[in-house]
Design a protein around this ligand. Structure first.
Ligand code: PRP
Ligand code: GUN
Length: 177
């Protein structure tokens, strides 16, 4: 059990389980992007750890870029996704792989979708380490999913609770009251 601010969290996914999921995703990406030079576009802050691990496993040429969006306060989505740092390179004609740590309601994804539509990308795919099917309310296709998880608030592996927990190498879920 760990405590972050006022909440307690219990162990949920081990580093081994997470790494196995990332290895599988990397195999698919290496197969699907063989001979291409994709742009990996990470969504800060949460995706920094997953982005690093997946990009290390990519065998071909690639470029790496980041945007920063945020909508969570405490353990809930405000529904208002703010773009805190936008794109700093043109993605026109490029194959883009969006890297998310988690897709929950899909609000963030929808916002990024709008940004990318204006860019004239050749194609783009969505890659996420964690996906909450019960919470997802949008129709945008999630192309690569590491793990489907229940609709519980998790921390670790890049994900935070009010700023804490991003450095944890395992994932914890909020303890039921
Ligand atoms: O599908 P959604 O309900 O939009 O949730 C997913 C988003 O929530 C988290 O970001 P957050 O807004 O917490 O910002 P952070 O990455 O800086 O922690 C996470 O990194 C995703 O980007
Ligand atoms: N830390 C954290 N951030 C999120 N953003 C969307 N869902 C989650 C979650 O379960 N945990």
């Amino acid at each position: 059990m760990i405590q972050l601010h006022d909440l307690q969290f219990e162990p949920y996914l081990s580093e081994k389980e997470i790494n196995e999921a990332i290895d599988k995703l990397a195999e698919q990406l290496n197969r699907d992007y063989e001979g291409d030079t994709p742009v990996f576009l990470g969504v800060l802050n949460g995706a920094f750890m997953f982005a690093s691990e997946i990009i290390k496993r990519f065998k071909g040429d690639c470029e790496v870029s980041f945007v920063k969006l945020g909508s969570y306060e405490g353990t809930r989505s405000t529904g208002d996704v703010k773009t805190l740092l936008g794109l700093n390179q043109s993605l026109k004609g490029r194959r883009v792989v969006l890297i998310e740590d988690i897709v929950d309601t899909g609000n963030t994804l929808e916002e990024i979708n709008e940004i990318l539509k204006k860019e004239g990308v050749a194609d783009y795919k969505v890659l996420t380490l964690f996906f909450k099917p019960e919470a997802y309310k949008k129709s945008i296709k999630i192309d690569y999913k590491g793990m489907e998880i229940p609709n519980k608030f998790i921390v670790g592996y890049g994900l935070d609770y009010d700023g804490l927990g991003r450095n944890l190498t395992e994932v914890y879920k909020r303890k039921e009251q």
